[in-house]
Design a protein around this ligand. Structure first.
Ligand SMILES: [Fe+2]
Ligand SMILES: [Fe+2]
Length: 157
């Protein structure tokens, strides 16, 4: 997930996430899996890459959790036609610490966004699922920060 997409900024309005916002967020979460896998492929440090890949697996879980949220919101079973926006991901060929710091910032922002949406959410079960995603985004930020430390420690020899 990236920090500048519309569902994030909409959190500030004090409204609950509407259906369009949920669908758009769900696709971003599924994109997140591919994003992290691509980043991991470009990280030479095996242990750091594995931390990043673990985040990716959980982004797919976040997407599935939002599918559940959409079903709760509409009151009908929901199956998306695709998982992800289908947009091509733009990532640097070389993953720098600076880039990873931006990813970590995006995760912190994502965590805060989910908490805000959960606070604005009248449906308790939906709020619970949003909070769970939010807590995990903060954990993702920590993992990325940990990966940066590993890479920098290895580089320092
Ligand atoms: Fe996520
Ligand atoms: Fe995340």
């Amino acid at each position: 997930m990236t920090a500048n997409d519309s569902p994030y900024t909409a959190a500030a309005t004090g409204e609950a996430l509407d259906l369009a916002g949920l669908v758009s967020l769900m696709h971003l979460e599924f994109d997140g899996e591919q994003l992290y896998n691509t980043i991991a492929d470009r990280i030479a440090h095996a242990e750091a890459a594995e931390l990043v890949r673990r985040n990716g697996r959980e982004e797919a879980v976040h997407g599935e959790r939002l599918i559940e949220v959409i079903a709760l919101r509409t009151g009908a079973p929901y199956q998306p036609e695709q998982r992800g926006t289908g947009n091509e991901l733009e990532l640097p060929e070389t993953i720098s610490a600076k880039f990873l710091l931006r990813v970590a910032k995006g995760e912190h922002d994502g965590g805060a966004m989910y908490q805000t949406y959960a606070d604005n959410e009248p449906n308790e079960e939906i709020a619970r699922l949003l909070r769970q995603n939010g807590r995990e985004e903060v954990m993702h930020a920590r993992r990325v920060e940990q990966a940066i430390e590993m890479i920098e420690a290895a580089a320092a020899g």
